[in-house]
Write a protein that binds this ligand. Structure first.
Ligand code: DOR
Ligand code: ZN
Length: 344
């Protein structure tokens, strides 16, 4: 096969940041996607509908002329999110979800939830209003090994949350483990998961063997290869429960190549090409369209996109660096050759 035409995909999880960064992150997000679910972990976080409206305007101001890409906004769940806050979200046209970060789990998560029980009033209101809860599914307990944080979150918290709020739509974001993939596959229609390109293409050996490679460091952290294989099976399974969410998360080169480097991989320079690479390696290019373009909108209750994109088999080398606003980042797969290229 030399070309592949699919329904235009959407990105159901990405970070654009704010200010100058938007001048490069927004055009990158819009290059192949039609919609993006925009993470709210700014400083300070996006906790009110009004803040989301203002952030959306700053994003739209950077949209390339002629682009139809739409930012779908997300509110950051805190211990103090009220039923009134949820009512504001429910009456908004462009806020599509609420994001749970455990306090201290990752980049800019200091305002995150300290105890899930404190959010039950908000979750109940979301369940009634049909607003999805997006979960950063990791525990932060000091006694839990970083490689076990996702599996322990499922046992300690997610099982109980599903029982307490069976009508609440939940997306277990950026799953990284066999346990995550199996739990979602066995769940009901209100449970789904996103999967990033890095967790399909790489495992922890890529990050740690032969030297420590900070540009593979993200959270949840890359796991061992058996987990990578489980994620590939889930992404290519056609079950409708797994869909595209890049978790593209820009940090400057300096902040990554650092004695205490930041977590996050930037993938929106080549998102669909990276997924095509992973699906082709799995012999499942025919499953890319469902994962990238159908199952996400189906879960969110939004229409599938009408337009298409075309990829061509045309090997090309990813640049070593790319701009992040006025600064520089190192994109995912920097210097590597990818087989598929988006046709403009
Ligand atoms: O690696 C990550 N980076 N994981 C997250 O959950 C947050 C993200 C970021 O905002 O940089
Ligand atoms: Zn994220």
């Amino acid at each position: 096969m030399q070309t592949l035409t699919i329904t235009r995909p959407d990105d159901w999880h990405l970070h654009l940041r704010d200010g100058e960064a938007l001048t490069t992150t927004v055009p990158d997000a819009a290059r192949c996607f039609n919609r993006g679910i925009i993470m709210p972990n700014l400083v300070p976080p996006v906790v009110k509908a009004e803040q989301a409206a203002e952030y959306r305007e700053r994003i739209l101001a950077q949209l390339p002329a002629g682009s139809e890409w739409q930012p779908l906004m997300v509110i950051y769940l805190t211990d103090n999110t009220s039923a009134d806050d949820i009512a504001d979200i429910a009456s908004s046209d462009f806020i599509k979800a609420v994001k749970y970060y455990p306090a201290g789990a990752t980049t800019n998560s200091d305002s995150g939830v300290t105890d899930l029980a404190k959010t039950y009033t908000a979750l109940e209101a979301m369940e009634k209003a049909g607003i999805p809860l997006l979960l950063h599914g990791e525990v932060t307990d000091a006694d839990i090994d970083i490689f076990d944080r996702e599996a322990v979150f499922i046992d300690r918290h997610l099982v109980g949350l599903r029982q307490r709020f069976p009508g609440l739509k939940m997306v277990l974001e950026h799953i990284t483990t066999r346990q995550g993939a199996e739990f979602v596959a066995q769940g009901d229609v209100n449970l789904a998961a996103t999967i990033t390109p890095q967790h399909l293409l790489y495992n922890r050996n890529h990050m740690l063997v032969g030297g420590i490679r900070p540009h593979y460091y993200c959270l949840p952290i890359l796991k061992r290869d058996v987990h990578q294989q489980a994620l590939i099976r889930a992404a290519t399974s056609d079950s409708g429960k797994f869909f595209l969410g890049t978790d593209s998360a820009p940090h400057t080169k300096n902040n990554k190549e650092n004695a205490c480097g930041c977590a996050g991989c930037y993938s929106n320079h080549a998102a669909i090409e990276l997924y095509a690479e992973a699906f082709e390696q799995a012999g499942a290019l025919d499953k890319l369209e469902g994962f990238a373009s159908h199952y996400g909108p189906d879960f969110y209750g939004l229409p599938r996109n009408q337009s298409t994109i075309t990829l061509a088999r045309d090997p090309w080398q990813v640049a070593d660096t790319a701009p992040l606003g006025n600064d520089t980042l190192v994109p995912l797969a920097a210097g590597q050759t990818l087989q598929w290229k988006l046709q403009s």
